[in-house]
Ligand binder design. Structure first.
Ligand SMILES: Nc1ncnc2c1ncn2[C@@H]1O[C@H](COP(=O)(O)OP(=O)(O)OP(=O)(O)O)[C@@H](O)[C@H]1O
Ligand SMILES: Nc1ncnc2c1ncn2[C@@H]1O[C@H](COP(=O)(O)OP(=O)(O)OP(=O)(O)O)[C@@H](O)[C@H]1O
Ligand SMILES: [Mg+2]
Ligand SMILES: [Mg+2]
Lengths: 154, 165, 154, 165
């Protein structure tokens, strides 16, 4: 049980190295146990070094960088233990276009096996949709849905 | 296994019965501020067993019942139904399709249903928890929350990884 | 002293009605003291009803609506007691284009008397600038500034 | 009264001495993620007297000193200078221009200056506090904080209005 945990953390760490490296086009990231001899209680620490930068603590990162690191972490966890459905509500809003495109390209790869439901305001993000839903409030205070399906993004 | 359809009735800004089908792959929801996009996410989290009204942006559980609009009366109840496709039997019920439903009638306690049969919230949480689809895990990231894992203490990060293990 | 406080709250409430009405093109909003007989200790409550909607509590509002209400509140406070400099870091990121334009039109009016320093990713917001600054990291890890001045937005 | 210029030297990602002039009206800063935009806001808040390193995204005060980059050594100190125009004497010093500066040298305690004269942090906070320009008031909204006033308790809202009165 505790060993299963230790095993999972090691695997996710390796996946994280890959997802992080792909989203940031380089850099190094690591997930480690603070006390690997105490699998039952050890805390977990996450560190990341962006390409060309020397800062290791996550807290000093920018808003867009933190969103992308979180994306890398979630995708690493999916590689270890995917959920069938993943819902993101405006996670791309702090991202610039370059980061957003890399993030959605990774989503697209995972979307062969995982169903994504994503809310966005960003025109670039919308281009990645298999199916697009518009929610409107033509009648004030009352929501209404219309859906627009594309088949060409599959 | 995937989510096929959601029906909202009287849930927050969805006063009229509203149904939408989700497809495989990447479903993207767009629309103006305040149109109801995050309310759809709230509806999904509510029906799969979210207990904390605070994370649904409310003060009391009845805040999810449609409160009315100009010339439109409030609703008497809120109801959300999710339809899952289960051909691969990833969910632990011998049924090709699984429908889960939650209803809250004003001044009454809420009810939960799996394929029409009354169940306790725990059963829905357990059914979906086994495939990692919980309202507070890593499969749903709410608006404004994308930095939350970064700010977790080492103990909270541990809990995240325990769920992933 | 306490009377000055009560006076200020009443004034800001009136200003808030105007700024809110302008940003939301209607609706009603109110700032009130929970206990107007106890000016020394009373808490303050803010409520808002958007046009056509019947919801009064701020917490149920959407991300973009909350950002706009906060904007209305800050501008109402400025009408009572302006600060010479106002700094906004990506406050427009949850706003859709229609709300963003109303928000920046209000900023433009206030910018005759208040100096604004605003960080944004949004192309529409940039159109409102008197002066635009680009920050880049051509050399990884090292920030560099260039400034582009327009005179035509004054 | 307005902010005329900021100089950053060794502050976070601004390793080289960087100066920029602000104009009246609407100054807009743009750039890619991680380029240093919010670091400029941090610099302003730091020099006008921000005490909490947590709100500057750091763990220890020395986190604001440039930590180095590929083939670039860390800086030994961080220094930020703000130049205000004060012709209308809104700031309580008889001078057309007022320069405030904060310096932090590694392993030493920080220093503050007004027009070149060493002062205590309190004096800068008081000088600028009188015109409402504080690092934690309503004149600076940090990234991700635009909803914060909405979530204030009625007591916290009171404090906000006390500052406005
Ligand atoms: N019980 C309720 N009855 C009626 N309307 C409600 C209820 N609860 C919330 N609302 C309304 O729903 C709206 C918010 O919807 P939602 O958060 O889904 O918007 P959104 O589309 O996500 O917008 P944004 O793009 O700004 O995030 C608010 O205007 C709120 O007043
Ligand atoms: N002491 C330091 N030394 C060197 N670099 C630092 C230091 N502190 C922070 N940084 C770097 O500054 C960058 C963050 O800068 P900042 O938050 O200003 O970005 P930003 O332009 O606001 O980006 P975004 O658009 O994503 O919000 C991070 O990459 C971080 O590693
Ligand atoms: Mg939303
Ligand atoms: Mg930033």
């Amino acid at each position: 049980m505790a060993e299963k945990f230790g095993e999972a953390v090691k695997n996710i760490n390796e996946y994280f190295s890959k997802t992080f490296g792909e989203l940031f086009e380089g850099g190094e990231a690591e997930i480690k146990m603070l006390d690997s001899h105490n699998l039952l209680e050890t805390g977990i620490d996450i560190s990341a070094k962006l390409p060309g930068k020397k800062v290791n603590s996550l807290n000093l990162l920018s808003g867009g960088e933190k969103a992308l690191v979180t994306g890398a972490l979630i995708f690493a966890i999916f590689l270890q233990n995917p959920t069938p459905v993943c819902i993101f509500d405006e996670v791309d809003s702090p991202m610039d276009e370059a980061n957003l495109v890399r993030f959605f390209r990774m989503i697209r790869k995972f979307s062969k096996d995982i169903q994504f439901i994503i809310i966005t305001h960003n025109k670039k993000s919308m281009e990645f949709a298999n199916t697009l839903y518009g929610i409107t409030m033509a009648k004030k205070g009352i929501s209404k849905v219309i859906s627009i399906e594309f088949e060409d993004n599959k | 296994m995937r989510l096929k359809n959601i029906i909202l009735k009287g849930f927050k800004s969805f006063s009229n019965k509203t149904s939408f089908d989700f497809t495989d792959g990447l479903n993207i929801i767009i629309g103006p501020n305040g149109s109801g996009k995050s309310n759809v996410v709230d509806a999904i989290r509510w029906v799969i067993g979210e207990k904390s009204i605070k994370t649904l942006r409310g003060h009391s559980m009845e805040d999810v019942i449609f409160k009315g609009a100009e010339n439109v009366n409030p609703a008497n109840f809120a109801e959300v139904t999710l339809l899952f496709s289960n051909k691969a039997r990833k969910l632990n019920i011998d049924s090709d399709e699984i429908e889960i439903k939650r209803v809250l009638v004003k001044d009454k306690s809420g009810k939960f249903y799996i394929n029409g049969k009354t169940v306790r919230m725990k059963e829905i949480q357990k059914l979906l928890g086994n495939i990692g689809f919980t309202s507070n895990g890593y499969s749903i990231i709410q608006q404004g929350e994308i930095e939350k894992f970064i700010n977790y203490s080492s103990g909270e990060k541990r809990i995240l990884f325990e769920e992933a293990a």
